[in-house]
Write a protein that binds this ligand. Sequence first.
Ligand SMILES: C[S@@+](CC[C@H](N)C(=O)[O-])C[C@H]1O[C@@H](n2cnc3c(N)ncnc32)[C@H](O)[C@@H]1O
Ligand code: SF4
Length: 452
Amino acid sequence: MTVTPLTQLLEKYDVPVPRYTSYPAVPNWQSTPEPDAWVAALRAALTAPDSSLAVYVHLPFCESLCTFCGCNNVITRNHERAAPYVDTVLAELDLYLARVPVLAERPVSQIHLGGGTPTFLPPEVLGRLLGGLRERLPRLATDYEGSVEVDPRVTTAPHLEVMRQHGLSRISLGVQDIDPEVLRLVNRNQPLETTAALCARARAAGFDSINFDLIYGLPAQTPESMVRLSEAVIRLRPDRLAVYGFARVPWIKPAQRKFTDEQVPAGAAKRELYEILRDRLLSAGYLEIGLDHFALPHDALAVAAAERTLHRNFMGYAERQTTALLGLGVSAISETPGCYHQNEKVVTVYERRIAAGEIATLRGHVLSDDDRRRAGLIRSLMTVGEASPTPAERADAAAELQALVRDGIVEAGEHEVRVTPAGKPFIRNVAALFDRYLRESPPQGPTYSRAI
Ligand SMILES: C[S@@+](CC[C@H](N)C(=O)[O-])C[C@H]1O[C@@H](n2cnc3c(N)ncnc32)[C@H](O)[C@@H]1O
Ligand code: SF4
């Protein structure tokens, strides 16, 4: 076999593909359920006596816009918006509890606060949200995993205190980069000292897992700046890191138009930035997990990866599998084995619909048997790097599969396909082979960020 140089592979496979936090990917959702049908799907998922629940709450507010940001956020300095929003989220949970009473009976093994910036909420409002969730969900497991995404620039000691009081034990700090020029270009003034101070305070407050979010591929990042970033984060030694490739989607996020193609590393140059971080993290004792995560060996994510029980859902990689994920708040996504559901994306509309006693459905997808099979297959590729397609799925993808085998990205056995260690950068391309929607109706306009 001739070995294709990595730079050529990076060029060849740097095509737009989904990130596969769900299959079908959101742009391919076709059959939005009526709110009653969605509620019935949730009820059905939770009827099995051994079912369990994860809850995600989306808190969209941020004080300023980081121009790379791809999240669903609302930029405002008006903190008075927080309390009515929290009231709406709790009212939304009440709507669900009235329609799906079994929700209160099922163990809740995970609560995740995401955003936006959850610590935009004043500490007392955050406390009201967490207290309200705990009051309404009495079966919160005693060892539930409570996690939160925070922006270190707005996170205070009283925030940490209230989150610990309510049992949150995992905290994820948005770091992104530490280079002053990169941070200036992305409008995020966050000196390393701010991150270091919060990290120390979070440890002292008793958070048992600290994650840093980093991004590679931002404007003005260079190999030298990535070496400095690696050294700085290794000194702070978070338990985990999410190292995201900059998802450039200017057709959805116009603020990203500020960056020119020349400013933004792409293809092999972008991958090199990741490799610099990766090499140093591995040397410092971190393990690489899935597509874009690292964890110290003691961390639950590393343990799940070693035991091959890693899971992937809308929140990314998770160490616990739950039957249903209930998303509360504007734009929040929910998931059951048979149905996906997303809430209305505009805060005022979301608030109005909940006040009117409605489930605030924006869109969703009822999974067919074929969807469910392929969702399992793609999840398996994204978590353990192997899967067993049916003969028909394999036949559909035969030509591309052969090319991936020739390029050393995949090994194909009689029944299974396995991503090779060298093939890891291309795991989204491998998953895409089995995406029926992408195969049968390729997107007409720009839809997904690039694979590399
Ligand atoms: C909700 S935000 C994190 C919390 C908080 N708002 C902050 O910025 O510190 C979740 C993470 O998504 C990542 N992210 C946002 N936009 C991205 C993009 N366009 N490409 C890749 N990662 C992105 C960032 O790493 C960010 O920390
Ligand atoms: S990265 Fe975080 S703080 Fe910045 S705009 Fe996005 S959600 Fe808000």
